[in-house]
Design a protein around this ligand. Structure first.
Ligand SMILES: O=P(O)(O)OC[C@H](O)CO
Length: 781
């Protein structure tokens, strides 16, 4: 009776699998190219073992997939193995009740030492819900009706079957090997591989609210804080619950599926697709490290974009730190379901909130959950990469030191849009209009603006920064804190400098991952000149400048100016763009500008010296400027080697004095003028700030406010780009850098900094002073 029931069970399950296989939509989470059979010309027999997890449901499907991939019909029984065949595929399941089959197989392998064997784990998973196996119907179906456990796919997983192919592994068995021990060893190996693959694809399962809260309460700084300030346990519980509800994400697989469908429409219809670079090594890194994605922040769309891209790369959807300003009705709950957790914009005077937030972040990282945060804090209004805010970086490092379960790797990510839909709003803010608070009507208006065509999007993953290696490079002392965490009251001496360095490295990592889009290059050509200068450019001059810039980007080596204009979303040609387009283009220019700043300053310096300056004198002159440029742009420390390679890349910049007038042609002059335009705004703001400080020596805030007003008025006067003159943030950075210089050297030398090179000529400085005076007169100051 038992035999018949089991037989009927198997037949029914087999029929059901055929239906399921037709019905399912297979997604290869990672390309199976590495797993193709070994060379068919080899004389010996190759046996490829494909080991699948959760076998009763998936083994027939696994056999089908292997057949599709290798072209071989896989065996499932030892008696079907033929040692004379050149290639054999064999599928088997990783499950306790199949031990007999494993033993038989290994005995066969032992009896045929001439057969070369490779083992490969294949992970099949319905849907991408990390919690699916933890929910009640799954275990029930799994253990009670094992042959029908594929029914789990009806439980919130949909029709998608995700397939991950592990790396093939050679299996060698000696004649005296203990088969039982070998089965155990192979089992452990496969189990470990399945575990890693699950981590890559799904992340860690999320605990329920009660468990999350109890995990949070184990965070030592929070305990210390509560011990100091708590009144009654009920009040504590209430407060914690309140903060936790405000912060926590509620990642939901059904919602991820819905988002994916609508976002696919968005990227394919409103935008013209996404170009992804540098993602190939992420899956293997995700298996061994907890990933922290650190993208640049250009638009609210960034939130959706990166999660979507990672999902499509077969990686777990990250938990995203979002500003609490986005926690508005409708949008907030939706973002939470997509993995967003909310943080207040400032942690000052917020009671226990910062500790609860840090505890939540630590619990995510301790689980090995990938997270994402924007290191710039807010969206860049000027197209530059803003100076890193170190709050979340610090929390991540503290968490990694406190609970070092898995090593942490930061992944810098560059995001570039052909059209940033918030740009008109940014330009208004740069002209002095206040930012509109996020609200439901605002959200709906924004959605209405998401109309095609919005152009292509670039997502480029930079070099991972592994935290342990970074800290080791900084100081060997850090090891003493591994497992202990950084104490709140006695922070070690290396801490703040290392954190600052880490922030800078991540910013540079994002900058290094920058992928130039044609629009960015066209923007460089036009908006490195002021609008008035641009109106006088001839088509030949535009071609000259284009040829110079495109030479720095190999992918555009063969693209002519005309081709780039035609491919562009924006109406750009040889004729002057209208002022509105010019202002928008200036934003794009700033994505690529940092790459040209060194040669721009080299040109200015050497040109002012008539081409006659030694390498060391040039380096010394530029070193004075460099910290001020680093405050505004993502630039690495200045080195003689970088100077040399820049000169080698454009030798015309450094002609010898006697030939100078002859060798610097008209073409070089126009390129030089364009390069000068890239740095001009920085030093004008700088000069205005210095004059303002002289006028308001006792009030830094007022000096900055006045300098901003003067810079905006100057931009209007010369028809310059708003993004370079109108941002209060840029002046604030400059003022801080001047203060830092004073703190370091005890004085600040305007002469040493500005007059060295004629960046601003005497005439220009006079014009600026007059401009400021006119403003002061107008204010009666
Ligand atoms: O650019 P902000 O300051 O509006 O902030 C944008 C952040 O994404 C808020 O979450």
């Amino acid at each position: 009776m038992k035999f018949f029931s089991s037989f009927a069970h198997r037949i029914a399950a087999w029929r059901a699998h055929r239906v399921v296989h037709r019905w399912s939509i297979t997604h290869y989470a990672y390309t199976p190219s590495k797993t193709l059979p070994l060379s068919a010309e080899s004389p010996c027999c190759h046996l490829h073992l494909y080991v699948g997890l959760d076998p009763c449901s998936n083994l027939p499907i696994l056999a089908k997939l292997c057949q599709q991939m290798t072209g071989l019909t896989p065996c499932t029984q030892t008696q079907d193995l033929d040692p004379h065949a050149s290639q054999i595929a064999y599928v088997l399941s990783y499950q306790q009740q199949d031990l007999k089959q494993w033993r038989a197989l290994l005995q066969w392998i032992q009896a045929h030492p001439q057969v070369k064997v490779s083992v490969q784990s294949v992970h099949l998973h319905w849907g991408r819900n990390a919690n699916a196996l933890a929910s009640w119907p799954a275990p029930l179906l799994r253990y009670t009706y094992a042959h029908f456990s594929w029914m789990r796919l009806q439980h919130s997983s949909g029709r998608r079957l995700y397939v991950q192919w592990g790396r093939p592994w050679p299996l060698k068995l000696t004649q005296n090997a203990d088969i039982i021990a070998e089965v155990g060893r192979l089992g452990r190996f496969c189990r470990w591989q399945f575990h890693l693959m699950r981590r890559q694809l799904l992340g860690a399962p999320a605990p329920d609210t009660a468990r999350s809260l109890s995990q949070i309460l184990t965070y030592p700084p929070l305990q210390a804080d509560l011990a100091l300030h708590a009144s009654t346990p009920e009040l504590v519980q209430k407060k914690l619950q309140h903060y936790f509800t405000e912060i926590r994400a509620a990642l939901s697989w059904p919602w991820i599926r819905r988002f994916e469908t609508s976002l696919t429409w968005l990227w394919q219809t409103a935008y013209q697709g996404i170009e992804i670079q540098g993602a190939q090594d992420l899956p293997s890194l995700a298996a061994s490290h907890t990933l922290v994605y650190v993208p640049c922040h250009r638009s609210h769309i960034d939130y959706l974009l990166l999660s979507y891209v990672l999902f499509h790369q077969g990686l777990a959807v990250p938990y995203v730190a979002a500003g609490v300003n986005l926690n508005i009705p409708l949008l907030g709950p939706l973002l939470r379901r997509g993995g967003a957790f909310f943080m207040r914009r400032s942690f000052r005077q917020q009671g226990t909130y910062p500790q609860v937030f840090a505890a939540y972040l630590t619990s995510l990282l301790a689980r090995g959950q990938p997270i994402e945060f924007f290191i710039e804090g807010g969206r860049s209004r000027n197209g530059r990469l803003l100076t890193p805010r170190l709050g979340l970086v610090s929390m991540c490092v503290r968490a990694a030191l406190l609970k070092p379960k898995r090593p942490l790797a930061f992944i810098p990510v560059y995001i570039g849009y052909e059209s940033v839909f918030e740009l008109p709003a940014y330009l208004q803010q740069l002209q002095g209009l206040p930012k509109r608070k996020e609200s439901l009507p605002h959200l709906l208006a924004s959605v209405m603006r998401l109309r095609p065509p919005l152009g292509q999007v670039q997502v480029s993953f930079g070099q991972p920064l592994v935290l342990d290696a970074f800290l080791q490079q900084q100081t060997p002392e850090w090891r003493a804190y591994k497992g202990q965490g950084i104490p709140e009251d006695s922070v070690p001496a290396f801490w703040s400098a290392s954190l600052q360095r880490l922030g800078d490295e991540l910013r540079l990592g994002i900058a290094a991952a920058t992928q130039a889009q044609a629009i960015d290059l066209l923007a460089l050509v036009w908006t490195s000149f002021t609008y008035t200068q641009a109106s006088q450019l001839t088509p030949t001059q535009l071609d000259i400048v284009w040829d110079d810039y495109r030479g720095w980007y190999p992918q555009y080596a063969k693209t002519s100016y005309q081709d780039a204009c035609q491919a562009s979303l924006h109406p750009i040609s040889y004729t002057l763009p209208d002022t509105d387009l010019y202002q928008r283009l200036a934003y794009h220019k700033n994505a690529l500008a940092p790459q040209h700043l060194l040669r721009a300053h080299l040109w200015l310096y050497l040109h002012s010296q008539g081409g006659q300056a030694s390498e060391l004198a040039t380096l010394a002159a530029l070193e004075k400027l460099w910290p001020h440029l680093q405050a505004e742009w993502p630039l690495p420390p200045l080195k003689l080697q970088t100077l040399r390679s820049t000169v080698a890349a454009c030798p015309w910049i450094n002609q010898q004095a006697q030939d100078y007038q002859l060798l610097v042609t008209d073409a070089h002059q126009v390129i030089g003028q364009s390069l000068q335009g890239l740095v001009y705004a920085t030093w004008i703001r700088f000069y205005l700030l210095l004059i303002a400080s002289q006028n308001y020596p006792k009030d830094q805030q007022q000096a900055q406010a006045f300098a901003l007003q003067a810079a905006r008025a100057w931009a209007q006067k010369i028809h310059g780009p708003w993004v370079d003159y109108g941002d209060a943030y840029l002046l604030q950075q400059q003022a801080q850098q001047i203060q830092a210089t004073v703190a370091q050297y005890g004085y600040f030398s305007l002469r040493g900094c500005l007059q060295f090179s004629g960046i601003l000529t005497r005439k220009q400085r006079r014009a600026l002073r007059q401009h400021v005076q006119a403003l002061l007169d107008a204010h009666g100051g």
